[in-house]
Design a protein. Sequence first.
Length: 168
Amino acid sequence: MASTGRDAMTQSGVADREIVLSRVIDAPRELVFEAFTEVRHLSRWWGPEGFSTTTRSLDFRVGGEWDFVMHGPDGTDYPEWITWTEIIAPERIAMLHGESRGDPNAFESVLTFQPDGEATRIEMRTVFPTQELRQEAVEKYHAIEGGQQTLGNLAAYVTELAEQGGEG
């Protein structure tokens, strides 16, 4: 029972620093997972509505990095960097995401991919280093709406791929 209490304390300890988003996508889990693995996929859906993404480099493996720029609809460029800390295909991806390698404000995200009948339930759980950084992401960068839009873009992209037989 002690571990349950500790787990509960750990969970409540991050609640004020966390954003959790989920969506059911009408495509097989393997295809939804694959959309995270290659530039040809990521460049088609990554980011909120109106954004585009330019990849500088991508090495999808544990310890690998994705160095990219998100281009906002107003012309603002946002340098971004991700390193993958865990990959369990096609179930789970964990990553550290910041503006660049060594960013002290980088946040951790865990994506899980669960079968839901013929569809896939994706959950994105993001934990920020501080409550203040989470609040800034929500208020200044519209992280919740942007995250929902990004998952919507992913859903539209992989649903189209699935209808085409998985070719991308």
